[in-house]
Design a protein around this ligand. Structure first.
Ligand SMILES: [Zn+2]
Length: 218
């Protein structure tokens, strides 16, 4: 990394954030705005979530925001980190060798080889979010699921107008959301593929959709 911090925002000003950890109604929600540095629309959704009034956030939701786990990629407006690694192929679940530096899906020299991946893995292990949303672009879709998170994805798609369909192409090993689902099987994690851009008001629609589908968590 080039010394840029990975910031995290905890919306502790919301009612309910101080609930004890063992409160059965507490739901920890994590939103990751950017993992691919040239897909930055998620930052707009993060901005809207930061700006929401406390009364707009369900009282049992403990909301955490990670604007970008790839801050170098954001600064350079590039998909990869500075080691030319696709961070969303570098996570330690079914990590596989994909290509080499310069390839769009280069998965790094080993599983969780990258500092950004390591930091995110440790943070997720610490936080254990009940629900995590990872933003990408620009497939304009959300993949359906036959699992317990299927209804959440369906409702998210309905609320935002995203078609419910799989993402074509690519080799999906070492993917962050999959690592979360397979490592912490009680936890929900899914990817939202925004289109090439967000129209005015759409970021707020996504912010509200995230908080709305929390009620459908299994
Ligand atoms: Zn992406």
């Amino acid at each position: 990394m080039q010394g840029r911090p990975i910031d995290v925002i905890h919306r502790v000003d919301i009612p309910g954030a101080q609930l004890p950890v063992d409160d059965p109604n507490r739901v920890v929600v994590l939103v990751v705005g950017v993992i691919h540095g040239d897909e930055q629309a998620g930052l707009d959704v993060i901005r809207e979530l930061r700006a929401l009034l406390p009364t707009e956030i369900p009282a049992n939701v403990d909301l955490w925001l990670l604007p970008a786990i790839n801050p170098d990629g954001v600064a350079l407006n590039q998909r990869h980190n500075v080691n030319q690694v696709d961070l969303n192929r570098n996570f330690p679940y079914k990590w596989g060798i994909i290509a080499e530096p310069g390839n769009w899906e280069y998965s790094g020299p080993s599983a969780a080889s990258e500092p950004e991946t390591q930091a995110t893995v440790e943070f997720v292990k610490y936080l254990r979010p009940d629900m995590t949303v990872w933003f990408h672009q620009d497939e304009f879709s959300i993949a359906p699921s036959t699992g317990s998170d299927g209804p959440l994805r369906r409702e998210y798609a309905r609320l935002t107008g995203l078609p419910l369909k799989g993402v074509p192409g690519g080799t999906y090993t070492g993917v962050a959301a999959t690592w979360q689902r397979k490592t912490f099987t009680d936890d929900t994690a899914f990817i939202v593929e925004i289109g090439p851009s967000l129209a005015v008001g759409e970021a707020l629609t996504h912010a509200r959709a995230i908080l709305s589908v929390v009620s459908l968590l299994p």
